[in-house]
Design a protein around this ligand. Structure first.
Ligand code: C5P
Length: 290
């Protein structure tokens, strides 16, 4: 049996540079892996199958784990190989934390090990990008800039562990819908637009942290509770607070002391249907365990 851990991510910054002819959007984003993990186990089998006890996760061929395994098998001409997956979810679905993409990255690593394939990370990233724009990031994790569709990854220096508070509303948001809403408001593409200065070395130094998410405005308009939660995180002392990716998670970045017990109690009281989870940044991506 082979097991992999698949982390969640947040986007410290997400700028939309324009629409692309393939229906995607040109992005300049900063990904940060966080200490919240799905676990994927795989055993040899005659064909591909997946078990997941989370009712919100489809277990058919559309699941990104099975798509990843199937794509790798096809690319390596190993049609005879199979895999039986078991997925334990901790990352909420449709939450903007990249759980499905991370699971797909984990599946690529797990199948490479299970089938003893001689294939490098770069080739896995190319396959991953065909499954989802965020998949390549999860093969390396840590702190990284993503360009193109978010799939062209350039690792940035890891600035050290920082405390993150994740707020999960009682609903998920389909990524495509938020991009569609944002797209309606896009001014003609400005390909030269550059990322707001966000130095991986500087961002933890709090006061000068500049972060922005171009998907926030439309998401806040459509789901006003998200903005209220963002404001509450700021009032609780977050150095930065914003929507992660296309949502629905809203995160706050805190100094070492984090959220005080009193602030956390106040958040839970004010947003009784939300769940609040304190975690931290990590310098890892999806990886094999034990
Ligand atoms: O690549 P992934 O399947 O995760 O993307 C989900 C959806 O999000 C896409 O179908 C597209 O509508 C939108 N998207 C986009 N531009 C990106 C990434 C995602 O428009 N760079």
């Amino acid at each position: 049996m082979i097991a992999v851990r698949c982390p969640a991510k947040i986007n410290l910054s997400l700028r939309i540079l324009g629409r692309r002819s393939d229906g995607y959007h040109e992005l300049d984003t900063v990904f940060q892996a966080v200490d919240l993990w799905d676990r994927l186990e795989v055993r040899p089998a005659d064909d591909l199958s997946l078990v997941c006890e989370d009712a919100g996760v489809p277990t058919g061929p559309e699941n990104l784990v099975l798509r990843a395994a199937s794509l790798l098998r096809e690319a390596r001409g190993r049609q005879g190989d199979g895999a039986r997956f078991r997925l334990d979810k901790s990352i909420p679905v449709q939450s903007g934390l990249g759980g499905g993409s991370s699971d797909a990255a984990g599946a690529l690593l797990a199948c490479r090990a299970l089938w003893q394939l001689d294939v490098g990370l770069r080739a896995l990233a190319e396959l991953g990008a065909r499954i989802g724009a965020d998949v390549p990031f999860f093969l390396t994790g840590g702190t990284a800039r993503g360009r193109g569709r978010g799939d062209v990854i350039e690792p940035m220096g890891y600035p050290g562990e920082r405390r993150i508070v994740l707020g999960f509303p009682p609903f998920g948001i389909p990524t495509a819908e938020v991009f569609r809403l944002a797209s309606e408001k896009l001014t003609p593409p400005d390909i030269d637009a550059s990322l707001r200065r966000l130095s991986a070395r500087k961002w933890p130094k709090a006061k000068h942290f500049e972060a922005a998410n171009d998907l926030e405005a439309v998401a806040f308009e459509r789901w006003p509770e998200l903005e209220k939660f963002r404001d509450a995180l700021r009032e609780s002392g977050a150095v930065a607070a914003m929507l992660s990716g296309s949502g629905s998670t809203v995160f706050g970045l805190f100094e070492a002391t984090g959220l005080t017990r009193a602030s956390e109690d106040r958040l839970r009281l004010e947003f009784p249907t939300w769940s609040v989870h304190t975690t931290c940044t990590i310098d890892k991506g999806a990886h094999l365990i034990g």
